[in-house]
Structures are given as structure tokens and as C-alpha cells.
Design a protein around this ligand. Structure first.
Ligand SMILES: *Cc1c(COP(=O)(O)O)cnc(C)c1O
Length: 368
């Protein structure tokens, strides 16, 4: 075997201390509620193994895929794990038994699988109400019948209640869905969980037993403006400048000559492109997307290529080959670029960028 380490200068760093900090901030906001750390999509692209240390202070983990639950168990997590969409087929229930997983029930078919499941240990389930998002769950009319059917099964230990908000972060808000949830679950025994990050942070009046926090743990800024919540980015994506070009007025930069210099400029070429997960759509913003060059604000110029992107160094004479470009996260001088600001230049949301960091980017965990 040849011992090859890729030396292309791009890396993602996961900040354990930022994860702990964000968890603490969310705890302050939700009072007595217990907290699920949502780690679906491989912990929103951060890597489950990379975030485990920072998030193990949560009361439970919430996942989508069995492999994620398995990873958590093999890292020694013995506490609650909730499968957010429950079983995708009857065999998944075997794994729920083996790994002691709590799981969501949102269809009659899932109840059928459970009724046929052979297990000595009854399972804890979360019955999902469709309170208005119309994506998953039992309608209010059918909710009580599903609850009664589940409660009667010997395979079921305890039934809890769950719904999901469509508008926790919009002007529409959560009041109507809360009302539906309230009346559908009235008088039924069992713990309750309704809020994601935006629900928990922007609607603290909504109090339930469990909060399901995802994006806020990873330090997305989008809940901050309402709050001044001081969340910290849990991931920094950075790369180095590998080439510098001096161009004169009217020179074009990159594919399609989309950017034309209006004056003499200094251009830095950075070892990061869309094949690393950086959004190509960031090119379409007329002012490019924000970046930090050695901690100083700058922007991308022209199209994002597969393996490279160009940034403006005209106002940064100190910068050159080897300078560190923060695509999002925290720079060495402490400056922060929130992934949300890059996402908005690309017409998307921070979630999508975090989840899309490519496998070819190497990850490291910073312990404090
Ligand atoms: C992903 C997810 C969450 C977490 O949402 P955030 O907006 O990331 O906090 C909560 N509940 C369910 C059911 C989810 O699928």
C-alpha cells in the first residue's frame, strides 16, 4: 500500500466547544424541556463521530438512518435515540429492538409492522400528528384511533405525541398548529414534543417535554437576528490561496467571463470549488459571495469552478499564495462568517450548504 495523503489545502474543522456552547444557549432558552440533539444527515454534514463529544450533554439524539443510530451506540451512547421518520420497512423494527431505539409512527402501515413484530422488549413510540404541514402524520380525525390501536399492542411500551411546525421561522408562526396539536392530544397520556430549533428559540411560550434542536446546535445564525443568541459556528470550511493573478481593467475572470474587472485588480485563486460542496450558485450574486481572507472581508469573483474559486485581493496587499480563506465559520483572528450569509448569496439556506460538504474534504475536530 502506498501511503498517500492528499495535500490539496482545503479542510473542515468541527469546533467541539462551539457545539457545547450552542447546546448551553438552547438549554437556557427551553427551560425544563429535555433536548434531542438532531444528528440526521450525518449531523448536518459535520459527521456524527465529530460532534458526539460536543453534543453528549444532550438528553437524547434524534436520527433518520439506522447507521446513524448504530454509530451512536457503538460510540457508547446508552441514552435515548429517536428515529425521526420511524421504520421504513418491517425489518427496521428488529434494529429498533436490538439498538433500543424509540421511533416515530406516522402511518397505519408502520402500526401493522409493529403488530407483527416479535420482541420481548416493548418499544417506545412517538405518534406523529399532521397538524397542518401535510407532509407526514395522522390527521386530527384519525389520530385518536391510531393512539388507541398502538396503546393496545403488546409490542408497545409507551406512546408519546409529536408534531412538526411548517412556519416556526415565518410570520405565520405556530399558533394554529399548536391549537390543532392541543385539541388532538387533549386528555391522552404521554410526553409531547413539537419544536425544532426555530420553534424553541423563537416561540419560547410553547412548552413541551422535549425539544428537537438541529440547526441551532450547529450555530446557524438565522435564529439569531430575532434573538441576539450568540450561537457559534460549529464548522469552519477553509482553503488556501494557490495562485495570485494581477489583472488590468476589462480583464475577465473565470468561465463564461461573467466578471469583468472595472479597474486593475489582484485576484486570489482558492482551492475550493463546487466539487467540495461550495455552492456554484454563489456566482450568480452580483457582488459574489462573502469570504474572509486571513480574517478580512472579501468576496468571490466570477463563476465558481469545480475545484477552484477566485476572490478579490485588491484591498488586501498582505494576502498571497498560502493565505487562508474562510468559506464559512471562524477565522484565526476571531472573525466569523456565518454559513447563512454564504447561503443567501447562493439563494439557499445554511442547512443545505452544511449537509453538502463533499467527502473529498478532510475533517478534523478541534477539542477546545
Ligand atoms: C430535522 C428535524 C428537526 C430539527 O430541525 P432544525 O430546524 O434543524 O432544528 C426537528 N424535528 C424533525 C421531525 C426534523 O425532521
Amino acid at each position: 500500500m502506498v501511503d498517500l495523503n492528499n495535500s490539496r489545502p482545503i479542510r473542515a474543522t468541527i469546533h467541539t466547544e462551539a457545539l457545547r456552547h450552542n447546546l448551553g444557549r438552547i438549554r437556557l432558552a427551553v427551560g425544563d424541556a429535555k433536548l434531542w440533539a438532531v444528528v440526521k444527515a450525518n449531523a448536518y454534514g459535520h459527521g456524527i463521530a465529530n460532534v458526539f463529544e460536543g453534543l453528549r450533554g444532550a438528553d437524547g439524539f434524534a436520527c433518520l438512518d439506522l447507521t446513524e443510530a448504530h454509530t451512536l451506540r457503538s460510540m457508547g451512547w446508552r441514552g435515548p435515540i429517536l428515529m425521526l421518520e420511524g421504520a421504513f420497512n418491517a425489518r427496521d423494527l428488529e434494529w429498533c429492538s436490538r439498538l433500543n431505539l424509540w421511533h416515530v409512527i406516522h402511518t397505519e402501515q408502520q402500526i401493522d409492522w409493529l403488530a407483527a413484530h416479535k420482541t420481548n422488549e416493548p418499544q417506545r413510540v412517538f405518534l406523529k400528528l399532521n397538524s397542518g404541514m401535510n407532509r407526514l402524520g395522522f390527521t386530527p380525525e384519525r389520530y385518536r384511533a391510531a393512539y388507541a390501536r398502538l396503546s393496545a399492542l403488546s409490542q408497545v411500551d409507551e406512546v408519546s405525541h409529536l408534531t412538526h411546525f411548517s412556519d416556526a421561522d415565518t410570520a405565520k408562526g405556530v399558533a394554529a398548529q399548536c391549537q390543532v396539536f392541543q385539541s388532538a392530544t387533549q386528555d391522552l397520556d404521554g410526553e409531547r414534543t413539537v419544536s425544532n430549533s426555530a420553534g424553541a428559540l423563537l416561540h419560547p411560550e410553547v412548552q413541551t417535554d422535549w425539544v428537537r434542536a438541529g440547526i441551532a446546535l450547529y450555530g446557524s445564525e438565522y435564529v439569531n437576528p430575532h434573538f441576539d443568541f450568540a450561537l457559534q459556528p460549529a464548522m469552519t470550511l477553509e482553503a488556501n490561496i494557490v495562485s495570485v493573478q494581477d489583472v488590468s481593467a476589462d480583464a475577465s475572470i473565470g468561465y463564461g467571463s461573467c466578471f469583468i474587472a472595472s479597474h486593475t485588480m489582484r485576484i486570489g485563486t482558492v482551492a475550493c470549488g463546487y466539487a467540495d460542496g461550495y455552492p456554484r450558485h454563489a456566482s450568480s450574486a452580483s457582488h459574489g459571495a462573502p469570504v474572509l481572507v486571513d480574517g478580512e472581508a472579501s468576496r468571490t469573483l466570477g463563476r465558481i469552478s469545480m475545484d477552484m474559486l477566485c476572490v478579490d485581493l485588491t484591498h488586501l496587499p498582505q494576502a498571497g499564495i498560502g493565505s487562508t480563506v474562510t468559506l464559512w465559520g471562524r477565522a484565526k483572528n476571531g472573525a466569523i462568517l456565518f454559513v447563512d450569509d454564504v447561503a443567501s448569496a447562493a439563494g439557499t439556506i445554511g442547512y443545505e450548504l452544511l449537509c453538502a460538504v463533499a467527502a473529498r474534504v478532510s475533517f478534523a475536530v478541534e477539542e477546545d
